[in-house]
Design a protein around this ligand. Structure first.
Ligand SMILES: Cc1cc2nc3c(=O)[nH]c(=O)nc-3n(C[C@H](O)[C@H](O)[C@H](O)COP(=O)(O)OP(=O)(O)OC[C@H]3O[C@@H](n4cnc5c(N)ncnc54)[C@H](O)[C@@H]3O)c2cc1C
Ligand SMILES: *[C@@H]1O[C@H](CO)[C@@H](O)[C@H](O)[C@H]1NC(C)=O
Ligand SMILES: *[C@@H]1O[C@H](CO)[C@@H](O)[C@H](O)[C@H]1NC(C)=O
Ligand SMILES: *[C@@H]1O[C@H](CO)[C@@H](O)[C@H](O)[C@H]1NC(C)=O
Ligand SMILES: *[C@@H]1O[C@H](CO)[C@@H](O)[C@H](O)[C@H]1NC(C)=O
Length: 601
């Protein structure tokens, strides 16, 4: 699960997406995330990704709400005045409980959107705004429990807290934080106080309260620290109160697992959580100072050379600089795609594999970018294009052309041995002075640590650049088949992409979930936007995944810092997206030969 903090995304209205509605429901489980941009055409009252509020739609409602968490869902209509008036309170409430999401997640659905009609009907939504609580055990819409919608964030929070506590008391889910009061008698050991505190957490905070007061909120507010700190609550008549000599309530005491004396004990205020964080940090640092004495015989710890992460919210300009299309990355990726991937399986390249390779090579020889337009689409329109020739790519195009002809020579046989293909490729690239910079590091696609990004990033980049440059190259043609570059890319993925689950996901997406067909890809520019949208579907699925580079989180692309005008009112503007894609993929940072330690050709 991933925290909603600091994620970015936007809404998109792509009319053709509505075709998904006619597909049989539940082809596969589709769950919303905090980053999820709902399908539909209406504006949303809340901005996906910017608030700790999850967006639901017809496609995701069931699979998201009837899962392993409780949900509080606001059913609203974007045009409804009451909903707009309620939104600030709801937003404030959602922020107050943002850390509670592993237990109870705050979500919304726009019932004014015709796409969501069935979901809202099933939930008996008769007025707006309407709020319903779905217990963790809920499995159908009828189990939603109606909630009031007062204009007070505190009141909604308190009502939610009561409901969640009730649900806990009935079910005692072992993986929820322990919301019960600590019960202590003469035989209770120190270890037993830790019941319900996760094993990995070395610290525990206990809140002592006189009656059923703030304790539950305290426990819920600390959920996000559960890997370090467990929270419990105890009543003022507990024997612990005397042992610890507590006189005022509520009071909070902090303990470490191996240490029975409180590390910290104070009246509970709005500063307490911060104080606890400081006390733990302090305690860990002292522990850290002692550590070297115990570990002097161990090998020295390798120092990390990772550069510190840049926060894109506070430094949009620095993040903008990290996003560019790199010639180096595309050339590196293409050599891996055409050589390593294609020849991984020994034997003959034949049948569909042969056709798919030939078509991909043809696409590369025709449209692999060799010009970089200097970041100004208006000049392109005015035919006063300033462009820079990409020298390595020019030579790479010759390699592609040569290889295409080589494959055409085998077309009558329809097959070539993988060894022969490899030898041919290696000799042709030598002829053209090795245009593929295998010895250079990744540029834009360099991860904040080597386990991230790299080849697959280079692949995506090249695929997008191919659609954009095919579009630019054929803009004056009378007839263009916009499906062609996309189905060619799909063919390469199907036959050769070595990441098997990626390949399967991609094939499933482009055939079933978001099928690549003439309805979606009708106009020449659809070749760019189809792939853009498909990549965003992948980004959404992988957001929060362990493969996500913390510096390059998988937000819906382009993030506002890259293209402010692409976003308006929580939606993507398709026209602005097209212009952005043309600018972004039209302008390519040339390979720097000096970085490669090689002399000019
Ligand atoms: C076809 C394909 C399928 C994949 N499927 C999976 C999978 O199922 N599971 C898995 O774990 N990994 C999968 N991957 C890998 C994954 O998508 C990423 O490539 C990888 O995690 C590296 O991510 P990244 O941060 O470098 O950005 P990437 O997602 O690789 O994106 C590269 C660059 O493309 C640009 N970009 C991002 N989004 C868009 C967009 N919507 N439109 C235009 N440009 C954009 C940005 O400049 C970004 O830095 C797949 C890769 C490919 C090529
Ligand atoms: C949710 O599930 C119910 C029961 O399986 C089904 O009748 C309904 O159509 C589903 N609703 C949505 C919005 O998918
Ligand atoms: C904490 O509460 C005091 C008053 O009780 C208030 O003045 C202060 O602004 C609060 N601080 C925060 C961080 O909310
Ligand atoms: C195509 O290549 C894949 C491996 O990538 C292989 O499993 C498949 O059998 C090949 N198809 C043909 C017709 O050779
Ligand atoms: C990469 O480095 C190796 C070893 O130094 C060298 O033989 C090779 O020619 C280099 N390749 C390119 C494309 O620069």
């Amino acid at each position: 699960m991933r925290s909603p903090h600091g994620t970015v995304s936007t809404t998109t209205t792509i009319s053709c997406l509505l075709f998904i509605a006619v597909l049989p429901v539940s082809i596969e489980a589709v769950q919303s995330t905090f980053n999820y941009v709902p399908i539909g055409q209406n504006p949303t009252l809340y901005t996906p990704g910017f608030e700790p509020i999850m967006h639901l739609d017809q496609m995701t409602f069931n699979d998201t709400v009837f899962s392993d968490r409780a949900f509080l869902v606001e059913f609203y209509a974007d045009w409804c005045g009451h909903c707009r008036a309620f939104a600030p309170y709801f937003r404030q409430f959602a922020n107050m409980v943002r850390d509670w999401y592993p237990v109870v997640t705050v979500a919304v659905i726009n019932c004014a959107d015709s796409f969501n009609q069935a979901a809202c009907r099933e939930n008996g939504v008769t007025y707006f705004p309407m709020m319903k609580y779905f217990a963790r055990t809920a499995t159908t819409a009828t189990q939603g429990k109606l909630f009031e919608t007062p204009h007070s964030a505190e009141q909604i929070r308190d009502a939610l807290l009561r409901t969640v506590s009730n649900e806990y008391m009935f079910n005692r889910y072992p993986d929820w934080p322990n919301l019960g009061h600590i019960a202590v008698d003469s035989r209770t050991t120190y270890g037993q106080l830790w019941d319900g505190v996760p094993q990995k957490a070395n610290y525990m905070a206990i809140l002592f309260e006189e009656y059923d007061g703030v304790g539950a909120q305290f426990v819920m507010d600390l959920i996000s620290r559960s890997h370090i700190l467990g929270a419990r609550r105890a009543l003022s008549n507990s024997p612990l109160v005397q042992m610890l000599n507590i006189r005022n309530f509520p009071t909070v005491a902090l303990f470490r697992r191996d240490h029975q004396q409180a590390l910290y004990m104070q009246r509970y205020t709005n500063q307490t959580v911060k104080d606890i964080d400081d006390a733990i940090t302090n305690d860990m640092e002292q522990g850290g100072r002692r550590a070297p004495i115990l570990t002097t015989t161990l090998a020295p710890v390798t120092t990390t050379t990772n550069t510190p992460l840049i926060d894109c919210h506070s430094h949009p300009e620095r993040c903008r600089d990290m996003y560019y299309v790199s010639e180096t990355d595309m050339l590196k990726a293409m050599r891996m795609a055409l050589l390593d991937e294609v020849t991984r399986v020994p034997g003959a390249i034949r049948g569909d594999n042969f056709t798919n390779l030939h078509e991909f090579m043809t696409l590369l020889s025709n449209h692999f970018p060799v010009l970089s337009f200097q970041n100004d689409i208006r000049r392109m329109r005015a035919k006063r294009t300033t462009s820079v020739i990409l020298r390595n790519s020019e030579r790479a195009r010759l390699v592609f052309t040569h290889m295409r002809e080589f494959l055409e020579g085998r077309k009558s046989i329809g097959s070539v041995s993988s060894d022969e293909y490899r030898r041919q490729f290696e000799s042709v690239e030598r002829v053209y002075a090795s245009p593929f910079p295998v010895n250079s590091t990744w540029q834009h696609c360099k991860g904040s640590s080597p386990m991230y990004r790299g080849y697959t990033c280079g692949l995506w980049t090249t695929f997008h650049a191919l659609t954009v440059h095919t579009y630019i190259d054929t803009i004056k043609d009378d007839y263009v088949n916009p499906m062609k570059p996309l189905s060619t890319i799909q063919g390469w993925v199907k036959s050769y992409f070595g990441c098997e689950h990626c390949r399967n996901h991609f094939m499933h997406m482009t055939t079933t979930l978001f099928p690549l067909n003439e309805r979606r890809v009708r106009h020449p520019h659809d070749m760019m936007t189809y792939l853009w949208r498909a990549h965003n579907i992948v980004n959404n699925r992988l957001h929060g995944d362990s493969t996500e580079d913390p510096q390059f989180t998988k937000m819906q692309f382009p993030a506002p810092f890259l293209c402010p005008t692409c976003h308006s009112g929580g939606q993507f503007s398709r026209r602005q997206i097209r212009n952005f894609l043309l600018r972004y993929y039209g302008s390519i940072k040339p390979h720097n030969r000096l970085a490669d330690q090689r002399l000019a050709f």
